[in-house]
Design a protein around this ligand. Structure first.
Ligand SMILES: Nc1ncnc2c1ncn2[C@@H]1O[C@H](COP(=O)(O)OP(=O)(O)OP(=O)(O)O)[C@@H](O)[C@H]1O
Ligand SMILES: [Mg+2]
Length: 259
């Protein structure tokens, strides 16, 4: 963790809000999932989103990108109310991208074809497009499988393709839903560095990341939010959170440590 942290730039974090949820509530079939959830994600920040299975983390991502509409509440991106703005416009206007919890790749296309399919849409210049595809293949060590159909890739390799696809557009707001899932130890470490580098390269970017690999996530997070029982029960820096009684009782448990 210490090695990751030394790459981090924390001094330029500003109080400019990139993403805000205000009083969000949502129910499915009369079962309430989120109740009056509000938070702000700051420009330049990596924010962890933690909580038990089924608490509503993926639901929050879907609400931010515009895949689902909350029953109550509002969503702001760059301080603009986007609650009624459709998914494609949120993506284009605000550079919003998501690595979904599962899927996100075309299973009958090869790894290379998947990357090309996205690159054709998001990168106009042909040389830059080819360069970016090659860069992603190299960054995520996909060279040996670039001509393999995605349905025949391992779980971790498929995850890497979906992350590479999400990063292709030089996004400004990056949502990652369980990006470490299925990654081996070295690949986890590489992805942590990739995420920290995204922050270092452009301090207007922000990343919101959900993952059950809480230690790996907290190692790169500036702040994290903990959800339990439909609500935010704790938020703060990783070192504040591991001492927080609610966070320990409702999510981390007694024996959890981050170093
Ligand atoms: N379309 C839907 N219809 C009915 N229930 C849904 C729907 N989508 C999500 N849910 C329910 O909402 C709850 C929250 O789901 P969500 O996927 O957001 O959880 P999560 O926090 O991401 O969990 P995990 O850590 O397991 O990924 C779950 O109980 C799920 O069954
Ligand atoms: Mg989820």
């Amino acid at each position: 963790m210490a090695i990751i942290k030394k790459f981090r730039i924390t001094t330029f974090k500003k109080e400019v809000h990139k993403v805000s949820l205000k009083k969000i509530s949502i129910s499915y079939n009369q079962r309430q999932i989120l109740d009056d959830v509000s938070f702000n994600i700051r420009e330049g920040e990596i924010c962890g989103l933690l909580g038990p299975n089924g608490v509503g983390k993926s639901t929050i991502f879907n609400i931010i990108v515009g895949l689902i509409k909350p029953n109550y509440g509002e969503i702001f991106i760059n301080q603009k109310n986007v609650t009624s703005i459709p998914i494609y416009k949120r993506a284009i206007d605000f550079g919003l991208t998501i690595v979904p919890q599962s899927g996100g790749v075309f299973s009958n296309l090869t790894c290379l074809e998947n990357l090309k399919a996205i690159a054709e849409i998001v990168i106009k210049d042909k040389n830059k497009r080819n360069f970016t595809i090659e860069k992603m293949i190299s960054k995520f060590e996909l060279d040996a499988v670039k001509n393999t159909k995605s349905k025949h890739l391992s779980g971790g390799q498929r995850k890497k393709v979906s992350i590479a696809m999400a990063l292709m557009s030089d996004p400004k707001i990056i949502l990652m839903d369980e990006p470490f899932q299925g990654l081996d130890i070295m690949s986890t470490r590489d992805l942590q560095e990739t995420i920290v580098n995204l922050q270092t390269e452009n301090n207007n970017r922000c990343c919101i990341i959900s993952d059950h690999a809480a230690r790996d996530l907290l190692a790169i997070s500036d702040r994290a939010i903990i959800l339990a029982n439909k609500k935010i029960v704790a938020h703060g820096t990783p070192s504040e959170l591991i001492k927080d009684t609610n966070a320990r009782n409702l999510y981390f448990g007694d024996s959890f440590q981050i170093n």
